[in-house]
Design a protein around this ligand. Structure first.
Ligand SMILES: NC(=O)c1ccc[n+]([C@@H]2O[C@H](COP(=O)([O-])OP(=O)(O)OC[C@H]3O[C@@H](n4cnc5c(N)ncnc54)[C@H](O)[C@@H]3O)[C@@H](O)[C@H]2O)c1
Ligand SMILES: O=C(O)C(=O)C[C@]1(C(=O)O)C=C[C@@H](O)C=C1
Length: 363
């Protein structure tokens, strides 16, 4: 039996547990510091066993996944180094920053166990085991940050196990990881929170702000609902990178101030053109549970029952729809429905079928 111990069975730990549980020869043990959480892991069927004992979870494990907030990783690395781990055990983490945990693991003595840092580039603004999903990592990138001295066979063994997540494994140096992920994940979270709090302030004087907030505001601020402790730990941990990025961000904002002060419409237009061109050539490979799965959009007349009609049509063709969302619905314009699917094949067949029956499909 391959024993996988998961410390912190929340959104990420729970999603990993779901990927591994029930696979041939695998048993998954979940660890929580709280009795009630351990009981919940079992109740929800996410793990085979659950315990509050670090020793019980770790001993005899072939793989240990640390899925707790970044600020708690160092103490787990230390505590694990005090145990008699199974020879050849692979310890990995899923923390959103990689340099500090790599440094800390380099200092620790794990006997013949090894540490390989990891970070799945998938997630959501939701948290806890309730938000875990078997599909979370499918098609996403999963970063590994092995030390140059780590024997390849361990990296291969972890990579082989992670195949159950259906993610694409990439190797990145820990410091490089923190710089890049600072820009494409941590900074956007700061911007989203600052923007929501700005509007929250305005809204105290006039509740029309929140009432009128539509798709644009929601799209750019979804991530502001992330778990406060998880994000506190990430931002504090990646402080140096973020301070530099925030300076660059401020320069970008100053540039917009300059464009507007000088009424330089041409510069504004260029900024949108450049951003749009860059964004459209980015690989659309993101995966999530509700968002950015495999999506297409269809123009629909704004009349009652249209959602049911489209859903029935897809159902009749055995096409699995995972989400349906009205983006615009006013009397004088056609509405747009966003249709999400979990598989490329479902999306392809939906595009074909909806096109056949006369819908304008965009993807
Ligand atoms: N949320 C995301 O989108 C995302 C994506 C990739 C990686 N990560 C990383 O994954 C890790 C877990 O994040 P999550 O989103 O699954 O959070 P979560 O809140 O859903 O899960 C965290 C788990 O850790 C436990 N926990 C919290 N504080 C703890 C402590 N002090 N000691 C022991 N256990 C504790 C919680 O009970 C929970 O089981 C973090 O390191 C985060 O940086 C998050
Ligand atoms: O999709 C989201 O909601 C996320 O916040 C996921 C996200 C990201 O910023 O892209 C968040 C943290 C991670 O460590 C990796 C992915």
């Amino acid at each position: 039996m391959t024993k996988i111990a998961i410390f912190g069975v929340g959104l990420i730990g729970g999603s990993l547990a779901l990927c591994f549980k029930g696979k041939p020869g695998i048993t998954v043990v979940g660890h929580s510091i709280r009795e009630s959480s351990a009981a919940k892991y079992l109740e929800r069927g996410v793990v085979d066993h659950a315990t509050t004992s670090l020793r019980e979870a770790a001993e005899g494990a072939d793989f240990i996944f640390l899925c707790v907030p970044v600020g708690s990783l160092a103490s787990y690395v230390h505590d694990l180094s005090q145990l008699d781990l199974k020879p050849g055990c692979i310890i990995t983490d899923v923390g959103s920053t990689k340099a500090s945990v790599a440094a800390c693991a380099r200092e620790a003595r794990f006997g013949s166990a090894v540490f390989i840092g990891g970070h799945p580039m998938a997630g959501s603004e939701r948290s806890g085991v309730e938000a875990a999903s078997l599909y979370l990592f499918e098609n996403a990138f999963y970063v590994l940050t092995p030390d140059p001295g780590t024997p390849q066979r361990y990296v291969d063994k972890l990579t082989e196990l992670l195949a159950y997540t259906k993610a694409h494994i990439v190797h990145v140096h820990p410091e490089e990881h923190d710089e890049i992920v600072g820009a494409i994940s941590h900074l956007p979270h700061i911007i989203a929170v600052a923007l929501v709090n700005l509007v929250r302030g305005y809204n105290q004087g006039n509740s029309l702000y929140s009432q009128l907030a539509a798709g644009g505001f929601r799209d750019i601020t979804r991530i502001a609902s992330g778990d406060p402790v998880v994000w506190r730990d990430i931002l504090v941990n990646n402080r140096d990178v973020l301070l530099k990025l925030l300076k660059d961000w401020q320069s970008g904002m100053d540039a917009f101030v300059g464009m507007l002060e000088s009424e330089n419409g041409e510069a504004v237009e260029t900024a949108f053109e450049q951003a749009g061109a860059f964004r459209s050539q980015m690989p659309e490979r993101r995966k999530g549970m509700i968002h950015s799965i495999y999506e297409c959009y269809i123009d629909v007349p704004d009349h009652p029952g249209i959602i049911g009609k489209v859903a029935t049509e897809l159902g009749n063709s055995a096409i699995n729809l995972s989400n349906i969302h009205i983006i615009e619905s006013r009397e004088d314009v056609p509405g747009v429905l966003r249709l999400s699917f979990r598989k490329q094949d479902d999306l392809d067949r939906a595009i074909e079928r909806l096109g056949e029956i006369g819908y304008a499909v965009h993807f």
